[in-house]
Every structure is written in structure tokens, then in C-alpha cells.
Ligand binder design. Structure first.
Ligand code: 3HC
Length: 281
């Protein structure tokens, strides 16, 4: 697989496009307008510059990666891609719309993957006529730094498709892969997000301060960042969407979204991306 389409050039989509281009794939990113496309390109260039500064990449390899990435506002430009990875916001109706449109334009053998954080993949596969060629490819933020890709197979995904995508993630992108079944949250978010929400409940009840909770997990458990700063990095809206998916799937009280998380999202305090979350940026 050498021609990769990416739906959405946000934090995750831009990161996926960057690592695919660095690995030698030709990449085309779909964005909604020229402003969003410019932001996506700047995001990738900034990340590549950081990689060069950190001596993870040389300047010419970074320039070659940029040259392999095209941006478009027309989904029809993705018609020739061999693998399309959807990285749109966590809104199920938006994702199913993209899957239906992609299904209508790409070749029958094209594989459609989703980077959804928590939505069961079969629901997106159901919008296509090729559910056997649809699977989850779940990356972690920041994509160029964190080595994991969770590969999610639905009850209908063809095992040869799983093998092909796993090989691409591992051998071409250089990622570690794990295999998950198709349950909301998959493996990592089903463990991570309830922990993050438990930290929110500690703040909500006044049990401990934001700083002490974060310091506790950094100094006591060697986590690279505390849970509340991590929520700010993931985005409070995305965190809410994931815990809602888990609650819908399993129905247990510990998956109920903390009211404080909901209030902060309603107030537009989405974390790092809006400058305000559990911390100010
Ligand atoms: N390309 C390649 N390497 C890069 C890079 C880039 N664009 N940007 C940074 N790096 C490298 C740095 O050189 C450094 O490498 P080194 O350890 O060999 O020196 C390393 O990445 C760390 O970078 P920094 O030193 O700049 O930053 P920090 O040490 O402060 O770490 C962090 C930042 C990587 C974000 C770290 O705090 C971390 O791992 N936090 C946890 C993040 C996490 O848990 N993410 C998962 C979220 S859940 C998710 O994404 C799923 C979704 O569905 C919600």
C-alpha cells in the first residue's frame, strides 16, 4: 500500500499523514476548506521541524515528506487511494457519511480504516457495501511520537485485510500493533478514559487539587503526564465523546460522564486547543 488517503487534517489526521509520508507513502488529506487545509499543512510542517530539531529526521527527509503530502477539498481526489484512514471528529453521523461517500468512489479493493477513539467500527462499516474491507486503525496522540496502533477487526472484517493493514502499520510505519475486538473504546481507551474521568470526579468533589492529582501520577506512577493535563491534550470534547460511547455500550455507573466534564465542554473549555481546560494555555 503506497497511496494513502486521510480524511481530516486535525491533530490526529495530520499526525497520521506525517508518519505515512515520512515512511515513503504518497498521501492526500481531505479538508473542508482552504483555511483548514492551510492549518493542517502548518501543523505537519511544525511537527517535522520539531523532529529535525530533535535529530530524529534530517532536513532533506523532512522536505521529501512534505512533498509527498497533498491537500484537497474534494473527496473525489481520494478515488485512487489504496487505503483511506478516516480521522474526522468523533461524530458518528459525520463518519458514516464519509464512509458512504468513500465507498461510492474508491476501487472495490480499497481498504477503509477509521481512527475512531471509541465508536464500534461495524456501525461505520455498515454505511458501505464492503464491510469485509473496513477496520479500525487507532493511533495515539502525538502520532509521530507514540508507537502504538490498535488494529480493530469487526465481526465482518476479512482476516487478510487485517494482516495487510497490520503489516503496513508495523513494517512501513514502524509502529507497534495490538489486535482488538470491536467493543466501544477498544483496549486502550476502555482502560484509559474511565481513569481520566475518575480524576475529574476527584476535582469535582473537591477531594484533591488538579496539580496534586497530576503530580501524584507523574511522581508516583512514572506517567509522562498527569490525567488532567492529558485530558487537556486529548480534548475535553473527545474525552466526553469516548466516555459517552463506553456508557452507551456497557451501561455501568462508572462509565457515566462526570457533570463537570459536560459543563466544561458546554462552556467551550476544550483544553489545549481552546486555551482553557483544567489548565490555562
Ligand atoms: N517527530 C518525532 N519525534 C518527536 C516529534 C516529532 N514530531 N516531536 C517530539 N518528538 C520526540 C522528542 O524528540 C522526544 O524524544 P526523546 O525522548 O528521544 O528525546 C520525545 O518525542 C518527547 O518529546 P518532548 O521531549 O518534546 O516532550 P515531552 O518529553 O514533554 O513529552 C509527550 C511529550 C510525548 C506528549 C509525553 O508527555 C507523553 O507521552 N504524554 C502522554 C501522551 C499520551 O498518553 N497520549 C495518548 C493519549 S490517548 C489517545 O491519543 C487516544 C485517543 O483516542 C484519545
Amino acid at each position: 500500500m503506497n497511496r494513502i488517503g486521510v480524511i481530516g487534517g486535525g491533530t490526529m489526521g495530520a499526525g497520521i499523514a506525517e508518519i505515512a509520508a515520512r515512511a515513503g507513502s504518497e498521501v492526500i488529506i481531505l479538508e473542508r476548506d482552504t483555511t483548514a487545509a492551510d492549518t493542517a499543512r502548518r501543523r505537519i510542517e511544525k511537527s517535522l521541524a520539531r523532529a529535525v530539531e530533535a535529530e530524529k529526521l534530517n532536513r532533506s527527509a523532512a522536505d521529501e515528506a512534505v512533498a509527498r503530502i497533498a491537500l484537497t477539498m474534494s473527496i473525489d481526489d481520494l478515488a485512487d487511494q489504496e487505503l483511506v484512514i478516516e480521522a474526522a471528529p468523533e461524530i458518528e453521523s459525520l463518519k458514516t457519511e464519509f464512509f458512504a461517500k468513500l465507498d461510492a468512489i474508491v476501487a472495490p479493493e480499497t481498504i477503509l480504516a477509521t481512527n475512531t477513539s471509541a465508536i464500534p467500527v461495524i456501525r461505520l462499516a455498515g454505511a458501505t457495501t464492503r464491510p469485509e474491507r473496513v477496520l479500525g486503525m487507532h493511533f495515539f496522540n502525538p502520532v509521530p511520537v507514540l508507537p502504538l496502533v490498535e488494529i480493530v477487526s469487526t465481526l465482518k472484517t476479512d482476516p487478510t485485510v487485517v494482516g495487510k493493514v497490520t503489516t503496513y502499520a508495523r513494517d512501513t510505519l514502524g509502529k507497534d500493533t495490538i489486535q482488538s475486538k470491536d467493543q466501544a473504546g477498544f483496549i486502550v481507551n476502555a482502560l484509559l478514559i474511565p481513569y481520566l474521568c475518575a480524576a475529574i470526579r476527584m476535582v469535582e468533589t473537591g477531594f484533591a487539587t488538579t496539580e496534586d492529582i497530576d503530580q501524584g501520577m507523574i511522581s508516583g506512577c512514572a506517567h509522562p503526564m498527569g490525567p488532567l493535563r492529558l485530558i487537556d491534550t486529548i480534548g475535553l470534547d473527545t474525552t466526553l465523546a469516548i466516555i459517552e460511547s463506553l456508557h452507551q455500550e456497557f451501561g455501568q455507573p462508572h462509565y457515566a460522564p462526570p457533570p463537570l466534564l459536560r459543563r466544561m465542554v458546554e462552556a467551550g473549555h476544550l483544553g489545549r486547543k481552546t486555551g482553557q481546560g483544567f489548565y490555562d494555555y
